[in-house]
Design a protein around this ligand. Structure first.
Ligand SMILES: Nc1ncnc2c1ncn2[C@@H]1O[C@H](COP(=O)(O)OP(=O)(O)O)[C@@H](O)[C@H]1O
Ligand SMILES: [Mg+2]
Length: 391
């Protein structure tokens, strides 16, 4: 049976009754890694009551649910990588997936880093306005993840506020995209169709965030996620804002309003074509906002090793090239990428080029957020063995 393909995890992980959250498919519980003592989060597939006399169908559904869970686990494991020191700060590190005993049954489970913090849905429910710069920073991080996924031909397909966790609540700023449960590889398996992996044939995507092509069960590509992202961004910007249209227009930079509209275009061809473009547009907006804060202040660029002017210019270009490479390999918000960008700006300044205080300030904040304050970050011990065991 299909179940035999799953490693048994109960010896390694001890489940508790503490519920961390719940979604359409899974319940996420606090658990412990018996070997390391580390607290982890385990998502267990919800126990579904099977219909009366539908044993055959139920078995089929159970198999499909397992398959969906397996694929979600594989995708998340692939995206977060198997090296805990190189985990993208905006993704949740996945330790393993397999079967655990829960409420007397063996159920599929996904073992992840524990990420304390509310989801964007929790924050939206409070109705408290969220500062503009915070929304833009969250958006940049989500765009960064979408770029990483898109570069690997993965479509998330279920991007919505309950699938994004804010680790430093409420406005500290590190966000993590969760739940690649219904994500799919595109090119490798042909155009994706929504209904192909859903349990019971129901659409798993909440109507509000589903792209028009998703609602029509048309083939999807990464631009479908950009639509969902646009809806989310728009919601985050409007929360707690009950003003008139003209107040709205005053509140947000025109470039941001245009981007949000463009993301929600009906036709995927009318949306921005990839997430990197979106990330870059949001970064320009963020830098412009920062410029209002740091106006008149020179960039306080922290010193590195001194180098002659001409060599500095060369180095600046070299680091710029490296940053582009690392963006492709990881993501624009990965600490390795940000480090090269910092070096690029540092040497540009030394070569006498104008480096804006705002640009430097935003980059420094990005870097600190990515490396400094991520309570969910793994200890650095290699979990390669776990990943291998899971695969
Ligand atoms: N790694 C985690 N750490 C802490 N809480 C989590 C974690 N993963 C998920 N959650 C919580 O559980 C909820 C459901 O998780 P999710 O992966 O979205 O499951 P589903 O596929 O059922 O939607 C999330 O909205 C979040 O509140
Ligand atoms: Mg979810």
């Amino acid at each position: 049976m299909f179940q035999d393909d799953f490693p048994r995890l109960q010896e390694r992980y001890e489940l508790t009754d503490r519920k961390l959250g719940q979604g359409g498919y899974g319940t996420v519980l606090r658990a412990y890694d018996r070997r390391t003592g580390q607290a982890v989060a385990i998502k267990v597939l919800k126990n579904r009551r099977t219909g009366i006399g539908a044993a055959v169908l139920a078995a089929k559904q159970q198999d499909r649910a397992l398959l969906r869970f397996k694929r979600g686990g594989e995708i998340q494991l692939m995206l977060s990588g198997d090296d805990p020191r190189r985990v993208d700060p905006n993704l949740v590190f996945v330790h393993a997936y397999g079967l655990v005993r829960h409420k007397g049954a063996e159920v599929p489970a996904l073992v992840m880093d524990l990420c304390p913090g509310p989801t964007l849905e929790d924050l939206l429910k409070t109705g408290t306005p969220i500062p503009l710069t915070t929304v833009v920073d969250w958006g940049r991080q989500i765009a960064s993840v979408l770029f990483r996924a898109g570069a690997r031909d993965v479509v998330h397909r279920d991007l919505k506020p309950s699938n994004v966790i804010v680790v430093d609540a409420p406005h500290g700023g590190l966000v993590k995209v969760l739940d690649f449960g219904i994500a799919r590889f595109i090119r490798s398996r042909g155009p994706s169709r929504m209904f192909s992996t859903t349990i019971d044939g129901h659409s798993p995507m909440t109507g509000l965030y589903a792209s028009p092509e998703q609602r029509r069960f048309r083939p999807l590509d990464h631009r479908s996620d950009l639509y969902s992202f646009g809806v989310m961004l728009s919601e985050l910007l409007h929360t707690g804002l009950y003003g008139t249209m003209s107040e709205y227009e005053e509140a947000f930079p025109q470039a941001l309003r245009e981007l949000v509209d463009q993301l929600q275009a009906f036709d995927p061809d009318d949306r921005p074509q990839d997430a990197l473009q979106v990330y870059q547009a949001l970064t320009r907006i963020r830098t412009a906002l920062e410029a209002e804060t740091v106006r008149g202040r020179p960039a306080e660029i922290s010193a590195g090793p001194p180098a002659p002017v001409r060599r500095s210019a060369e180095l600046s270009r070299e680091f710029a090239g490296l940053a582009v490479e690392l963006t492709q390999r990881f993501s624009p918000m990965h600490p390795d990428t940000l480090e090269q960008r910092q070096a690029e700006l540092r040497f540009a300044a030394r070569a006498g080029e104008a480096v804006g205080a705002a640009e430097w300030s935003v980059l420094t904040q990005d870097y600190e957020r990515a490396v400094g304050r991520s309570p969910g970050a793994p200890s650095g011990r290699s979990l390669r063995g776990e990943a291998a065991m899971a695969g």
